[in-house]
Design a binder for this molecule. Structure first.
Ligand code: DON
Length: 528
């Protein structure tokens, strides 16, 4: 079973499984295909995280971008100390990409099919072209960013208009880059002609990623964050993503509440979930960062005592005034989930950060660079594009990974076999989207389609408000919530919005796998 945000990539993954590849093989093929058919988030020039359950072994792979060697703590501040937009658009926004090295490491450890064979579908898609679908189409608001850069404009805004639905689209430069990677492995990206094209782009566009930055990039295998929720064992992503620890803390707090007795989507249940999210995010934002640079208080995040103290505070919270929500931007990331015939599972989330990342395509190489530098704390207390207000633990330092919210997650049954594979896009809303999916499935046993489609809500430590998905809540419930601590604010619309997470999940039901692609998105779940 393969569930991705882009139908063409899902089909590639199923083909790999059908021809005998395992979950890791399929993940490699899917990820490279997403870089072609879902360029807003699929990538060669970004990074991400993978959680695996291969056989009896759980693992987590961190291929997050790192800050270039020449980066500095205040590089995004102007002379007056105000945050500039340089962490969002253009060459300076890019961290050193990790995706190709990450996929190479995944394949080295778990792959069974030849590397080159797994890249071939992506090469073919880029070279021969494909008919654009809804997953591919950019929005008008993204057009202006892409038009700033000639190579991006040529690819995505040819002749001044966005590529329309149903057009034939090719990217020969990307095909050539993929062929170099197919032939030379990670070296096909981090050294040689691809690296030279990146270096030339940096020079032309005022970036600071050096040849040494590329050559020295290393993904890291880490011990996953592991915790129990309602009798199920959960494996998730440790720092440099905040996802696993934050979800662990939220669910540890919730463990002491009987959500079932409160009722699904009752005001009381929503209140305690949202308050648990707020409490956990406050710690996430101030305490977490790259473990190579800051000491991570893992124990505190996982300890029942911390959860109990926070739970007690939630029980007594009072009504407080809401503050306005940070303006949202276009944002994209992508998650996919895979299980193979042996029951191996892979959850992978990857991103360029915002849609099309920095909007800068490396000329001659056909791929976009990320704007992941914006995930760092540009200035303590400032709000970034994901609406997060973070602390100095996440300050910029050369070689450091920026804190992420990506949360690839696998839930095991009592025999240690994967029963739920999930993860999401949506910036900070990844964490709450995955939390809600866990609650819907593990607390309330909702069928996966309902668990995915159920109206979402989101709270983080700042702003002090509860975001409800428009159209999903009855007026009296909204009134009940408004009288409490959180003041609800509404998203623009329930579908086709960028305000909530896109969750892509697989659930074992009896002896079968059930996959559900995010109903708000354009993806596809397919098994064989
Ligand atoms: O790593 C992170 O948390 C962000 N760069 C993710 C961005 C994102 O999910 C945008 N999404 N839709």
């Amino acid at each position: 079973m393969v569930v991705t945000a882009a139908p063409l990539a899902t089909r590639v993954g199923v083909d790999v499984l059908r021809s005998g590849g395992n979950a890791a093989d399929a993940a490699v093929a899917v990820a490279f295909s997403l870089a072609v058919v879902y360029p807003t988030a699929g990538n060669l020039g970004g990074g991400g995280f993978i959680v695996t359950r291969m056989g009896r072994e759980s693992a987590a792979l961190d291929f997050r971008e790192v800050a270039p060697g020449a980066s500095t703590r205040d590089m995004y501040l102007d002379a007056k100390g105000n945050v500039t937009g340089k962490s969002l658009t253009g060459a300076l926004a890019a961290g050193v990409p990790g995706s190709v090295a990450g996929l190479w490491a995944l394949h080295e450890k778990f792959g069974t099919k030849p590397w080159g064979e797994l890249l071939q579908p992506a090469i073919d898609l880029a070279e021969k072209g494909f008919t654009t679908d809804s997953a591919f189409i950019a929005s008008e608001s993204e057009r202006a960013r892409l038009q700033q850069f000639p190579a991006s404009a040529a690819l995505f805004v040819p002749g001044g208009s966005l590529v329309p639905l149903g057009a034939m689209w090719r990217n020969p430069d990307l095909a050539a880059t993929l062929r170099r990677i197919a032939k030379h492995g990670r070296d096909g990206f981090y050294t040689g002609p691809t690296a030279a094209l990146v270096a030339a782009e940096m020079k032309r566009s005022g970036g600071i990623i050096s040849a040494a930055d590329l050559k020295n990039y290393e993904p890291i295998w880490r011990a996953p964050v592991e915790f129990d929720y309602r009798g199920h064992h959960v494996i998730s992503m440790p720092p440099a993503s905040s996802g696993g620890l934050t979800i662990a803390l939220i669910t540890n707090i919730l463990s002491g509440f009987d959500l079932h007795a409160m009722g699904w989507h009752s005001p009381e249940a929503i209140r305690v979930i949202a308050e648990s999210e707020r409490a956990a995010f406050a710690r996430r934002n101030t305490l977490l960062g790259d473990p190579a640079f800051v000491k991570i208080p893992t124990e505190a995040f996982l300890s029942p005592d911390t959860a109990a103290a926070l739970r007690a505070a939630i029980a007594s919270t009072r009504v407080a005034a809401a503050e306005p929500r940070a303006p949202s931007r276009e944002r994209h990331t992508t998650h996919f989930s895979v299980v193979d015939a042996h029951g191996n599972a892979i959850a992978m989330t990857t991103t360029l950060n915002n849609g099309y990342g920095s909007a800068l395509t490396v000329a001659g190489a056909g791929f976009l660079l990320n704007d992941e530098m914006d995930d760092f704390t540009a200035k303590v207390g400032a709000i970034n594009a994901m609406g997060l207000r973070q602390g100095s633990a996440n300050a910029i330092q050369p070689g450091k990974r920026m804190l992420s919210s990506m949360t690839p997650t696998i839930v095991l049954d009592s025999a240690g076999a994967p029963m739920l594979v999930t993860g999401a896009s949506g910036g900070a809303r990844i964490i709450t989207g995955v939390t809600q999916l866990l609650i819907n499935v593990l607390d309330f046993s909702l069928p996966l389609g309902l668990a995915e489609g159920a109206p979402r809500f989101h709270a983080q430590d700042y702003p002090d408000s509860l975001l409800l998905e428009k159209g999903g809540y009855a007026d009296d419930l909204v009134r009940a919530l408004a009288g409490r601590r959180q003041h609800p604010t509404f998203s623009k619309s329930s579908y086709d919005n960028d305000d909530f997470s896109y969750v892509q999940s697989i659930l074992r039901v009896g002896f079968r796998w059930q996959g559900v692609a995010e109903p708000r998105g354009h993806g596809l779940a397919l098994g064989y």
